[in-house]
Unconditional design. Structure first.
Length: 365
């Protein structure tokens, strides 16, 4: 995976109507989301998911059964396109190129705990890219080489957690080694997509595919890192994604389709874990995905698609937006060709004001 020697492109000065110009202030958080326990009874014809879903007792928490799928073909770059790993500083507005390649799609950067490198995925493998630039180094993950863009690092920097295409979550030593399965099929779920980790490293937040109301639904769960025990936090027929802990560990942020809205109108939500009730944070015409809190909890970064976008596709003109934790004082800081892979997981610098992202410019850009 060779790097393209391209000098950093400085950020352009902000101007009215430019990507750096402030957007309209976000609305105040409104209580009474349709995703709390009370709403489940209103909207779901079938019973709610049990609060805790424990895997079938097993002697040594063995690895999940072998995959029963055909190995996927990984997304490729368009002709003339490249992947660019970049850094944006929320305080200065400086935008810096770290690494570029025209050979493959790289996705979903995580910033290491020591601040010196990034974790990304490419073609099912995980790679480390130095902050100073240079060639990526593959992480040894043993026989599992089908990891997607749902991965993250433990707060203490000792482990990588990642989602495999087989639908299970794994723990990998940060220096590489044999993956340890965190989940197993005894939890009754069909697929698990990792998105966050509790600040004490004890639980993972994820989206799980499961049967509800006679169809497969996608809801917010958390899982014990040690035992794999699952706790369901939503039981809705509407799709959820991007579940991530607030740095205080007491709240979850995620995106979901609001009640009554046509598909293609995902908005951001926040749930208090003690109360179990979610509140809708964004209420605009755009389609908002993947909320990420900075380590100090003062800034909210998210990905914003054009109105009517279904899912979170690649190769779309998207916006990176910054706001306060309640999604107020919204401003668009980057407009880019991207989407899938840009900021699927948290990419904030530990204790800093910068975040990493991936853009996918075409030859004409």
């Amino acid at each position: 995976m060779s790097a393209i020697p391209v000098p950093p492109r400085p950020a352009s000065p902000a101007a009215p109507g430019s990507p750096e110009a402030p957007a309209a202030p976000g609305p105040s958080a409104a209580p009474g989301s349709a995703f709390g326990p009370a709403a489940v009874a209103r909207e779901a014809a079938s019973p709610a998911i049990p609060a805790a879903v424990r895997p079938t007792p097993q002697a040594a928490h063995p690895a999940p059964p072998g995959p029963d799928y055909t190995r996927p073909d990984w997304r490729t770059l368009e002709p003339g396109q490249r992947s660019e790993l970049r850094i944006y500083d929320a305080e200065s507005g400086e935008d810096t190129l770290v690494y570029a390649t025209d050979e493959a799609v790289i996705e979903a950067p995580n910033w290491s705990a020591d601040g010196r490198w990034f974790l990304v995925n490419r073609d099912g493998r995980l790679y480390r890219i130095p902050l100073a630039g240079g060639e990526p180094a593959v992480v040894n993950t043993g026989e599992i080489t089908d990891f997607n863009n749902d991965h993250l690092l433990s707060p203490d920097g000792r482990f990588i957690y990642a989602s495999s295409k087989n639908g299970h979550l794994y723990e990998i030593p940060v220096a590489g080694g044999t993956p340890r399965p965190v989940t197993d099929s005894g939890d009754g779920l069909k697929k698990r997509y990792l998105h966050g980790i509790h600040p004490d490293g004890s639980r993972l937040s994820l989206i799980a595919a499961h049967e509800l109301g006679g169809a497969v639904r996608f809801n917010v769960y958390t899982a014990s890192v040690r035992t794999g025990e699952m706790t369901a936090h939503t039981a809705s027929e509407r799709p959820h994604d991007g579940a991530e802990f607030h740095p205080d560990g007491r709240r979850l942020y995620f995106n979901a389709e609001p009640g009554g809205a046509a598909p293609g109108h995902a908005q951001l939500f926040r749930m208090d874990l003690d109360e179990g009730v979610a509140e809708q944070l964004t209420r605009d015409e755009r389609v908002n995905w993947f909320p990420h809190l900075s380590g100090d909890g003062l800034r909210l970064l998210y990905l914003s698609y054009p109105p009517g976008t279904l899912g979170h596709p690649a190769n779309v003109t998207v916006q990176l937006r910054l706001a306060t934790p309640d999604a107020a004082h919204v401003r668009t800081v980057r407009v880019l060709h991207g989407g899938q892979g840009t900021i699927n997981v948290n990419s904030w610098e530990p204790g800093g004001s910068r975040f990493a992202y991936v853009s996918y410019p075409l030859a004409a850009e």
